[in-house]
Structures are given as C-alpha cells and as structure tokens.
Design a protein around this ligand. Structure first.
Ligand code: FAD
Length: 472
C-alpha cells in the first residue's frame, strides 16, 4: 500500500486490510482501464473485500463520507461502467474475492453463486451436477456473475433462454446505506409485491452492489448440432431464421449472422483457422440446434433447416460440425470477432437492436450511410440475428490514421443511431449505458422515463455514492 493514504481513505483500508487495498498506480492499472482502452482514469483505491460484511462496511463508510464507489466484476464491460470517472477520487470495489458456490440444488434446478464467480466457473459448477447455466458470452472466462446481472448480459443463447434477467430467481444486495438485502429466494412463482430484484439487474451498479445471486439451472441438452452456412444477404438469413424457428422452436439455441469481412479477419489473425466452406459468400449464418433426446435428433433438425433453406435459395453452401472439436472451431469464428477487429486498427462500435424483421434494413441503410460519411471505412455488422441485436461495428479505412478516424465517433454514432431510432430500435441492446452512452440516453428515453429513473436513483442512493456519472 502507498504511504500517502490519508483519512478518510485509511478507514476503507482498515475494512479490508492493507493486503487487499491497492493504491499504487501500477497495482491499480489492471482495474482502471476497460477492455477497449476508451476509459482510463486513476482511482483513489481499489478495495478487494473478502466478505459481504466487508462490502457492507465499505458502503456504509462511503455513504457517510460521500465517497464515490465503482463496483467492478471481471472488468469486461464495454461501456466504461466499471472504471472510474475523471478526477481520480473514485474507489473501485472489486468483487473478485467473493467467489464461492453457496448452494447447488439439482432437484430445484438452482445454484446460489457469489458475485465474483466467473461465468465459466458457474457453468462448470452447474455441469458438475449434470445441469446447465445457459448464459454464454465470449468473455465468460473473465466476466463475473455480479457483472452479468448488473449489465443484464445477453450473448448467444438469448434466443432460447432469454437474457440474464430471465435467469435469476433471487439476489443479495448491499444497499447504499450499507444494509444487506437478502433476496436470495429460489421460488419459481412469487407475486408478493414489486419484483425488486429486477431493479438491480441491468442497473450497472448504480442502485446497489450485488453480492450473490440464485440462478436458474436447466437440463443439459444431450447433443448440439452446429451449422455454418453461406447466405446471399441478411434478408435471406432472416428467412432462414423463420424456417429454423418453425421447424425447431425452442431447440434452436443460437442463430448468428456475420459478413464475409468477419470471416476474413478471423482467417487473417487467428492462427490455425480455415474457411469452413469451399466457396466465397457475402454473408454467413452460424446456427445451433440442441436436443434433449439424441445426437441424431439434433443433427436431423439441423439438416432439415439447411435443406429447406437450400431448396428456396436461402442457403448456398454449409457444413455441419461432425464432432465437438469441429463445433468449437466453428464457434471460434464467431467468438474471436471482438479480438480480430482490434488487430485491424480502430473500430467505432454500436451495440444496437431493432425489431428482428428490421435487421436487413438496418444493415443495408447503416452500411451505405457510414460509407457516405467516411469513404473506405469497413462496416462489420454482426451478431445475434435471432434477437435483432447487431454489433454494428465500423473499422477504420485501411492505412488511415487511427485517431483521425476515432475523432469521428460521435458523427458516426449519430448516423447509425438515427437509423436505429427510425426503425424503432435501441442504442444499448446488451452492453448497457455506462459512461460511453450516458449523454445519449436523453435522446432515447422520454422525459417521463428519465424522471422515473432519476427518482429511483434518488430513492435508492440519495447521496449519489453508487457508481455516480454512470447511466444517468
Ligand atoms: P464489469 O465489466 O466489471 O462491470 C460491468 C458493470 O456492472 C459496471 O457498471 C459495474 O459497475 C457493474 N458491476 C459489476 N459487478 C457488480 C456487482 N457485483 N454489483 C453491482 N454492480 C456491478 N456482453 C453481452 O451482453 N453479450 C456478449 O455477447 C458479450 N460479449 C463480449 C465479448 C468480449 C470479448 C468482451 C470483452 C465483452 C463482451 N460482453 C458481452 C460485455 C461484458 O462481458 C458483459 O457486459 C459482462 O456481463 C460484464 O461482466 P463483468 O463481470 O466483466 O462486469
């Protein structure tokens, strides 16, 4: 710990002990910068509490001293919610040490996880009792359950299982007063007044600090069939999605769209990858069908979708994974997309959603509009077609200056978000608002909605100590 720490910061250090209070800029470096490097401000301290009581004591002290706290999970958030604001006075509260499974019940199909468990650890714990926790994100090795709840994370399995909001039975939260609310109920039905847990889910740490959650588990599918196929256009992909839903209903567990450029970047930057198809296609769909019955049932269902797509000219060519290894290789193309874009220089990103039927129009109009604005830029719209959630990313023109391109972030945002608004969509589909989109919120929520949000914030956090400057 740094010797320059003075009151009231010393009080915070005393709560967790010197070993778990970081103040040296070098030690804090990994906590103050978010994954894209868009936000990087110093913090007064990083605290790493090891018990719920310690979290409560930190919040109680912050509430009396008016100290801003920034809850942090795995620091994989993409809107700057988990890192400090300018000024260097915020304290980061890392939940990483609260990482135990408190209870697991395969008959009741639930698992109570502490907030700092990584998503992958929760998936593994569920697997150990022959159950599944279906939330699936490319960041699952690092992101934490507390962060997943706080961002209402989506990912690739929303089509079948919903967002995180749909996967939570109960939560435990430290309120701004330092009081601990034990809402860790595991009931499947409970209409006893307002559903308070839902207020904290998706609140990005602005209403309370989540310390544990009761999560829904599901039977593990016996088999999954993964298909990667070339399609002529997003419109064709959408029609293929309709066929897939009609034939497979809830067995359709993922349906992802990506353009040719996405595949090219993966082939260029990820060693050991190869184009799964012989021919070249403008667009690709990766879809997955699960079965609780058998591998044959999953494979047959996938084949039917593909064959019907071929019959009507929607799918041009495709490959079905023959084994788990091949399935992982196909999924890797999709999961590595965030990483490979970074290798190509700067990207201006949009996490948007529109009604599913409007995705082709979003892609077409969005790509044309950004090309008009910045000739040579490389639109890379990809993502969860089944949810209408497209990551409308735009790569810098080849050889262009990175900063000159990034300086046009707001202009590009305005163009893409304008189209999204016209199509009845949202500018924050699954990553949240954080710092990145805070000033845009006013354009996309009515005065009535904003007033309700401000009243909620004032009621839960009257002294404004919980993640101030985020969301609102
Ligand atoms: P953090 O980044 O640490 O925090 C995120 C927000 O939650 C912050 O506002 C923070 O203050 C708050 N918070 C964290 N923990 C708590 C807590 N215990 N109590 C209260 N507030 C808390 N997101 C998706 O939805 N779908 C995807 O497919 C997806 N793919 C991704 C792929 C990559 C490669 C990366 C880097 C990110 C991706 N994300 C995705 C974004 C990110 O992983 C999610 O938002 C994730 O849920 C964040 O979890 P975290 O633990 O890292 O939270």
């Amino acid at each position: 710990m740094n010797a320059a720490i003075t009151p009231p910061l010393t009080g915070f250090v005393d709560i967790v002990g010197e070993r778990y209070a970081l103040s040296d800029p070098g030690d804090m470096a990994a906590y103050v910068e978010e994954p894209r490097g868009l936000f990087r401000q110093g913090a007064a301290l990083v605290l790493r509490p090891g018990t719920v009581d310690q979290v409560a004591a930190i919040v109680r002290l912050a509430n009396t001293t008016g100290t801003a706290l920034v809850p942090q999970g795995g620091n994989t958030g993409l809107v700057g919610g988990q890192v400090p604001r300018q000024g260097g006075m915020d304290i980061i509260v890392s939940l990483t040490r609260l990482a135990q499974v408190r209870e697991i019940n395969a008959t009741g199909d639930y698992l109570i996880a502490e907030a700092g468990m990584t998503l992958a650890a929760v998936q593994d714990a569920a697997g150990a009792v022959d159950r599944m926790f279906p939330l699936t994100l490319a960041s699952e090795g690092s992101c934490q359950i507390g962060g997943n709840l706080s961002t209402n994370a989506g990912g690739t399995a929303v089509l079948a299982y919903g967002t995180t909001r749909d996967l939570v039975l109960g939560i435990e939260v430290v309120l701004a007063t330092g009081e601990v609310w034990d809402g860790l109920r595991t009931l499947r039905k409970d209409n006893t007044g307002y559903d308070l847990k839902q207020l904290f889910i998706g609140a990005e740490g602005s209403l309370g600090i989540i310390t544990a959650a009761a999560l829904k588990l599901f039977p593990r599918p016996l088999a999954k069939a993964v298909v990667f196929c070339g399609v002529p256009s997003p419109a064709a992909a959408l029609r293929l999605l309709t066929i897939a839903r009609e034939t497979s209903a809830s067995d359709l567990t993922a349906f992802e769209l990506m353009p040719r450029l996405a595949l090219e970047l993966v082939l260029r930057h990820v060693p050991g990858t190869r184009d799964p198809l012989a021919g070249r296609h403008d667009w690709y769909v990766l879809f997955e069908v699960s079965s609780g019955r058998s591998a044959e049932a999953a494979n047959d269902a996938a084949e039917v979708i593909f064959a019907r797509g071929m019959e009507v000219g929607l799918a041009a060519d495709g490959v079905r994974a023959e084994n788990l290894d091949q399935a992982a290789q196909l999924w890797r193309i999709r999961h590595d997309l965030s990483v490979v874009q970074r290798r190509e220089g700067a990207s201006i990103k949009h996490d948007v959603a529109v009604p599913v039927e409007a995705v082709p129009e979003l892609v077409e109009r969005g790509a044309a509009a950004v090309a008009d604005l910045i000739p040579g830029c490389r639109p890379l719209p990809f993502g969860h077609l089944g949810d209408g959630n497209i990551h409308f990313n735009i790569g810098q023109p080849v050889g262009a200056d990175k900063q000159t391109f990034l300086d046009r972030w707001d202009e590009v945002n305005a163009v893409v978000h304008g189209i999204v608004a016209e199509l009845g969509g949202t500018i924050a589909a699954e990553h949240g608002i954080g710092q990145l989109k805070r000033d845009l919120l006013v354009n996309f929520r009515s005065e009535t909605e904003l007033a309700m949000m401000r009243r909620l914030k004032a009621a839960f956090d009257p002294n404004g100590i919980l993640n101030p400057g985020k969301v609102l």
